[in-house]
Structure formats: structure tokens, C-alpha cells
Write a protein that binds this ligand. Structure first.
Ligand SMILES: N[C@@H](CCC(=O)N[C@@H](CS)C(=O)NCC(=O)O)C(=O)O
Length: 213
């Protein structure tokens, strides 16, 4: 399999965590989103929305959208299960995963931030304020969702799709110097995941396509 990915992309990072947890071998095809490779006709042929990641399966299918890719992986490589079978756990996992991937990430995506600065002429400080505001709102909600969980991961004592989403979002927020002091449960889960080989292997700093800032 091939993963079209960018080392610093949190949506790619989600899929890399899932692949590493499941021990699936793949090749990385770096797509440099800073210089617009995601918009080339060849890449858009694979992924019409022009965003990373894209997974090319062994049978040659091209899959976009990180959550759809992880769902596909879960159906083809069942262990460890990232989307629990049990209804309540599954709903909780999806609640957290969607809060991050639908409510936080899209409005802080690179193309949105660039549109703010390039088209609306928002200053760098205002852009960072925008970013921090939506991170604080979203992670505040996630922190509340985690109040009644006391496992090592978002839901229970094994990693799920929720952790695949939280860890990259947290890493992005750290990179953007957001104040994360109000989210101790999220932080504890992040710190625990940092000790695990699969999460470390998936981290931006350990990618073959890493380029300087
Ligand atoms: N909903 C998509 C989001 C993908 C996405 O936003 N990827 C970002 C990197 S994290 C990207 O390709 N950005 C390029 C751009 O903004 O032009 C998914 O989950 O796969």
C-alpha cells in the first residue's frame, strides 16, 4: 500500500497512527502541501478534494478522508480494533473523533489560514488568535467528554480512532503555541501515547518526507 502524506499534516498523522497500531506495511509518497503539490492534476485525480492523506490499497483503490481510510483499515485489519463493536463505546469514540475532525480541524486547516492572511489580509497575530480560539473551544468540549473516562486512552484502556484524532490535534496545538493548560485529561492521554512505539513511529518528526519549517 502507498500513503500519500505530508509529515506535518494531522489528518495524515491520524492514518499513520492507525497503520502503525495495526502493523500494516506501506510506502510513503510525500506530498508537499506547503508548495501546493496537493493541487496538481495528478494528485487531484487520486483525491478530488486536493487534501492529504490518500491511501492506495493493494488492489489499487484510491481512498481519501482520514476517517474513511481508518474505517476501511479497521474492516480489513481488525486488530487492534479502533472502532469498538460495543454501541456506547463506539458512539463515544465517534463523538470525540468527529469533534476534532469536523469541528476543530477544518476551520484551522492550512488553506483556511492562508485564505485569512492572503485574501482577507488578516495579520499573523489575528490568524494565531483565530487558531487558538477554535482549538480552545474544541478541546474544551473534548476535555468535558473525557471527564467520566479514567482509562489511559480516550475511551477505555486501548487505543481507538478517538486517540488517532486527539494526538495529532494536540501536537498541532503545541506547534502553534496554544495554551493547553485547561485540558489535563487530554494532556495525560497525549503523554501516555507518546510512550508507545506506534504513536512515536507515526509522529511528524519521524517521517521520511520531513522538511524544515
Ligand atoms: N477531512 C480531511 C481533511 C484533510 C486535510 O485537511 N488535510 C490537510 C493537511 S492536515 C491538507 O491537505 N491541507 C492542504 C491545504 O490546506 O491546501 C481528512 O480527514 O482527510
Amino acid at each position: 500500500m502507498q500513503l500519500y502524506s505530508f509529515f506535518n499534516s494531522s489528518a495524515s498523522y491520524r492514518v499513520r497512527i492507525a497503520l502503525a497500531l495495526k502493523g500494516v506495511e506501506y510506502d510513503t509518497e510525500g506530498i508537499n502541501i506547503r508548495n501546493g503539490e496537493q493541487n496538481s492534476p495528478d494528485y487531484r485525480h487520486l483525491n478530488p478534494v486536493g487534501l492529504v492523506p490518500t491511501l492506495i490499497t493493494d488492489s489499487g483503490d484510491s481512498l481519501g478522508q482520514s476517517l474513511a481510510i481508518i474505517d476501511w483499515l479497521d474492516r480489513h485489519y481488525s486488530q487492534p480494533r479502533l472502532l469498538p463493536e460495543e454501541d456506547r463505546a463506539r458512539a463515544k469514540v465517534l463523538e470525540i473523533a468527529y469533534t476534532i475532525s469536523c469541528d476543530i480541524h477544518p476551520i484551522n486547516n492550512m488553506r483556511v489560514l492562508r485564505w485569512l492572511t492572503d485574501e482577507l489580509k488578516v495579520s499573523e497575530a489575528q490568524k494565531n488568535r483565530w487558531y487558538g480560539h477554535w482549538v480552545a473551544q474544541g478541546l474544551g468540549a473534548v476535555e468535558q467528554m473525557l471527564q467520566h473516562s479514567n482509562g489511559r486512552f480516550c475511551v477505555g484502556d486501548s487505543p481507538t480512532l478517538a486517540d488517532c484524532c486527539l494526538i495529532p490535534q494536540w501536537a498541532n496545538a503545541l506547534r502553534m503555541n496554544c495554551d493547553l493548560s485547561a485540558f489535563p485529561r487530554c494532556q495525560a492521554i497525549y503523554e501516555h501515547c507518546q510512550t508507545l512505539p506506534a504513536f512515536r513511529a507515526a509522529a511528524p518528526e519521524n517521517q521520511v518526507d520531513k522538511i524544515p519549517a
